[in-house]
Design a protein around this ligand. Structure first.
Ligand code: GDP
Length: 507
């Protein structure tokens, strides 16, 4: 069976995702100094102009991939942007993982962003391990937290450990399986590895609670977890390094290996011999010194070797992948080989696009990587009208990356951008200035939403005759109906039964 575990951490800002990531990488030996993830992150941000927006808001707009190894298992951790505004980037990253860790703050429970990300996971039946963080501080009663997860997310919860007291009276974390308690030690009260056998080690007032907890919830069930019906719950402190080793062990033991992926040829199994994969993210200018772009490919099957020729579905002819990249804790290292479940970065100059399938034999197309209908549409107005060409290039590039969607109306020259979250608009303006030296403002657009049109050429032609002023092309040249309201959409749907009006576009 595959030794790959490809997962993401979902959480609300401040729950402790960064701290936990750092501890996971530390235990996996990927980095050596605590604080390095943040420190490196900041250094990288400081170097990079277009990430100004991240600094201003103190958030991470971009995702990255971190790989670490422990006891023969390779863990691929895909970072999801944790800010309030939702972008397609977040959705797409979750299309590339096999499981997720949900981090919640012991004092705050389920927060809005946790819930949204959870819903995306549920949509795709991504199994979830829960980590209740910050038990070294005063938190809510454990029962309350467990019941909230169960009720709010309609999931069975199976506690795998239990905090012995919290905050000032925190004594450690009791592990149900090994029946040991990990205790804080030393000045910083970090976990240093010593474990008490539990018998007699737990004060009476907690022993009873723990027994109740153990009896009162469902037992862990692997099939139910893998199916997305049950979440095992671990308690710990990312900051003090409690419960992190147990979490890694849980991913190793329980989290699913690479899953089969849906395609136009049926599901493609990870054991298939030849290489297939799909692009779930494209990021430009990761290194400001090189104006490159990196396409992130999730390997679905086969063993990739450096220099291999793969055919991107969008291009139709093979490209040789000479300098693929693996991401070890944000350092770029050249990958020599990669297998199902791994992520490789492929440098390119715009040939690879989000949603593309790459394959050795060019005989398969992965499905289910959607574009989402934008919820916010804006007209882009140039401050300097002579920069039209630069603007077009920038909009094409950024839509290819998935930062925005762009629509070119059939009539007139007012280009329209669409996003699913407000933040993407700020990123757009900031990157236009920093990378393309284009100053632009965004103005309200007459349109409220967009629908991709599908139908026979004849049906499309008839529709165009009557609705040319509401027609646009997306970056691929596909026809899009620009609607003034939701009512407009249903009205046109009724009048044009031969056309499909789609809120997503599968690529
Ligand atoms: P993120 O926004 O989810 O990435 O959260 P961070 O990892 O940046 O953590 C947010 C804050 O919570 C920081 O001040 C951390 O030091 C703190 N924090 C994270 N984990 C713990 C923990 O286990 N215990 C305590 N007391 N604080 C924590």
């Amino acid at each position: 069976m595959s030794n790959r575990r490809t997962f993401a951490i979902i959480s609300h800002p401040d729950a402790g995702k960064t701290t936990l990531t750092e501890k996971l990488l530390l235990q996996g030996g990927a980095i050596h100094l605590a604080g390095e993830v943040k420190a490196r992150g900041q250094a990288r941000r400081a170097r990079s102009d277009w990430m100004k927006i991240e600094q201003q808001r103190g958030i991470s707009v971009t995702s990255s991939v971190m790989t670490f190894q422990k006891d023969g298992t390779v863990f691929n951790l895909l970072d999801t942007p944790g800010h309030e505004d939702f972008s397609e980037d977040t959705y797409r990253t979750l299309t590339a993982v096999d499981s997720a860790i949900m981090v919640i703050d012991a004092a705050k429970g389920i927060e809005p962003q946790t819930r949204k990300l959870f819903e995306v996971c549920r949509m795709r039946s991504v199994p979830i391990i829960t980590f209740v963080n910050k038990v070294d501080r005063e938190g809510r009663p454990v029962f309350e937290t467990l019941d909230e997860v169960a009720d709010a997310l309609a999931l069975d919860v199976a506690p795998m450990s239990w905090p012995v007291g919290m905050g000032g009276i925190f004594e450690g974390v009791y592990d149900f399986a090994s029946e040991t308690i990990a205790r804080p030690e030393g000045d910083s009260r970090e976990f240093l590895g010593k474990r008490d056998p539990a018998a007699g080690a737990i004060p009476d007032e907690f022993a009873e609670e723990i027994e109740l907890g153990r009896e009162g919830y469902p037992q862990f069930d692997l099939a139910a977890y893998r199916h997305g019906d049950l979440t095992p719950v671990y308690f710990g402190s990312a900051l003090k390094n409690f419960g992190v080793a147990e979490l890694i062990a849980a991913i190793d033991r329980f989290a699913p290996p690479p899953r089969p992926q849906a395609s136009d040829q049926g599901t493609i199994d990870p054991t298939r011999e030849d290489v297939t994969g799909f692009i779930f993210k494209v990021q430009a200018n990761m290194d400001p010194q090189h104006r490159d772009r990196i396409a992130f490919m999730r390997m679905v099957s086969g063993t990739f070797k450096r220099g291999m020729k793969l055919t991107p579905s969008g291009l139709g002819k093979p490209i040789a992948v000479h300098s693929p990249i693996l991401f070890f804790a944000q350092d770029r290292e050249i990958a020599d080989s990669a297998e199902a479940g791994d992520i490789i970065g492929i440098p390119n100059h715009g040939t690879l696009r989000v949603g593309d399938t790459l394959s050795e034999k060019n005989d398969v197309r992965f499905t289910g990587l959607p574009n989402f209908a934008p919820e916010i549409l804006r007209r882009v107005v140039l401050k300097d009208p002579t920069k039209t060409k630069q603007l077009r290039k920038a909009l094409d590039d950024l839509s290819e990356e998935g930062v925005i969607q762009v629509f070119y109306p059939e009539i007139g020259s007012q280009w329209i951008v669409g996003v699913v979250g407000q933040l993407q608009l700020d990123v757009l303006i900031s990157r236009l200035e920093a990378e393309y030296k284009v100053e632009a403002v965004l103005e309200p657009s007459p349109f409220d939403t967009a629908r991709w049109l599908k139908g026979t050429p004849e049906a499309l032609r008839v529709f165009a005759d009557f609705n040319l002023s509401n027609l646009a092309k997306d970056r691929d040249g596909d026809p899009v109906f620009m609607a003034r309201s939701a009512w407009d959409v249903s009205y046109q749907q009724e009048r044009n039964p031969d056309l499909a009006f789609s809120a997503t576009k599968e690529r």
